[in-house]
Design a protein around this ligand. Structure first.
Ligand SMILES: [Zn+2]
Length: 289
C-alpha cells in the first residue's frame, strides 16, 4: 500500500492530510502558520509531513498555497503570504523532508479536488472559481490541472471588467477581484449604506431599493466575468468556492445573469457550489503528481 500527503499552506493555518491511493483519509492534522517567519513556516511543514508519514511509504507530497511558482525563476510569486514571495519554497521543503514536492496554487488545487471527488467529478472540463479574500480560478481537463504556458491559466480575477474602474493591487484598474471578492463587496455595501457588515449579513438584509442596487451591480459583474470564462474556455461545469460562493442567489439570478451574456443561444453550463468546502485545498494537494 502506498500513500500520499497533501499540505494546505494558508495565511493562518497549515493543514496536512495522509491519504491512501483512493484518497481515503488516514490522518489529518493542522498547526498555526508562523506569522512573517519564512524559516518557521518551512520547519512547520517539514514537521507536519514527518508526523503524517510515520513509517508509511509515501509516494507524493503536494503543497497547496496561494501564489504560483514562476516558470522563469522557480521562486514563488503572487502570494498573499508576503514572507513567501521570492523564496525557493519547494527546494527548501524538499531538502527538509528528503522527498520530491509538487506545489500548486490554491485555486488549481480547489479545481482538481472538486473535479476528482467533488461537484465536478462527473465532468471532463471543470472550471473552479474561488471568490474569497481574492478571486482566482483553475482549469482541470480529465482530472489534470491545465496550468498554461505561464502558470496562470484560469486566473480570471485579474481580467478587466471596467477599464476606468477600481484600482487593483496588481497595478491595473477594474479587475474582477476588485468587484467580486468578499472585501470588495463589503466595502461597496459600506459606501452605499454606511453599514459595516459581513457579506453573510448583507445578503440577508437586502430590502430597500438602494440596497437592491448593490445586488444588481454584483449580479451584473458576476455575469460579465463568468460569461467571458464560458466564451473562452466553455467548460462542462463551473464550481464556485470561497466565502462569496455561499451567496444563494448566485445559483439562480447569478446564473441567469451569466447566461444572458454568453455568446451562444444554447448555454446550459451548470454553475454549482463546491462539495468539499475548506477541505478542497488539502485534498487537491494530495492529488498532485
Ligand atoms: Zn488586478
Amino acid at each position: 500500500m502506498s500513500y500520499r500527503i497533501g499540505i494546505d499552506l494558508g495565511g493562518t493555518k497549515i493543514e496536512g492530510v495522509l491519504v491512501d491511493d483512493n484518497f481515503n483519509t488516514i490522518s489529518r492534522k493542522r498547526v498555526v502558520t508562523p506569522q512573517d517567519d519564512y524559516d518557521g513556516i518551512i520547519k512547520s511543514i517539514v514537521e507536519l509531513v514527518n508526523r503524517l508519514e510515520k513509517g508509511k511509504r509515501v509516494d507524493s507530497v503536494g503543497i497547496c498555497t496561494p501564489g504560483a511558482l514562476s516558470k522563469k525563476t522557480t521562486l514563488l510569486k503572487n502570494s498573499n503570504t508576503q514572507c513567501l514571495i521570492g523564496k525557493p519554497i519547494r527546494e527548501d521543503i524538499e531538502s527538509g523532508i528528503g522527498l520530491d514536492v509538487s506545489l500548486e496554487n490554491d485555486a488549481n488545487c480547489f479545481a482538481l479536488a472538486e473535479a476528482t471527488l467533488g461537484a465536478g467529478k462527473n465532468y471532463s472540463a471543470v472550471f473552479g472559481v474561488i471568490m474569497g479574500t481574492g478571486v482566482g480560478g483553475g482549469i482541470v481537463f480529465d482530472k489534470k490541472i491545465y496550468p498554461g504556458r505561464t502558470n496562470i491559466a484560469g486566473e480570471w480575477g485579474h481580467y478587466i471588467l471596467h477599464p476606468q474602474g477600481n484600482k487593483c493591487y496588481c497595478g491595473r484598474y477594474g479587475c474582477v477581484e476588485t468587484y467580486l471578492s468578499g472585501p470588495a463587496l463589503e466595502k461597496k455595501w459600506k459606501n452605499m449604506t454606511g453599514k459595516d457588515e459581513s457579506l453573510e449579513k448583507i445578503v440577508q438584509e437586502i430590502s430597500s431599493l438602494k440596497e437592491s442596487n448593490w445586488k444588481e451591480e454584483f449580479l451584473e459583474n458576476f455575469g460579465e466575468g463568468l460569461a467571458t470564462v464560458i466564451d473562452i474556455v466553455d467548460p462542462d461545469i463551473i464550481v464556485l468556492g470561497g466565502g462569496v460562493s455561499n451567496v444563494p442567489f448566485l445559483y439562480t439570478e447569478g446564473k441567469k445573469s451569466v447566461y444572458d451574456k454568453v455568446f451562444s443561444d444554447a448555454v446550459d453550463t451548470p454553475i454549482v457550489q463546491n462539495q468539499l468546502g475548506d477541505s478542497a485545498g488539502v485534498y487537491g494537494a494530495a492529488m498532485l503528481d
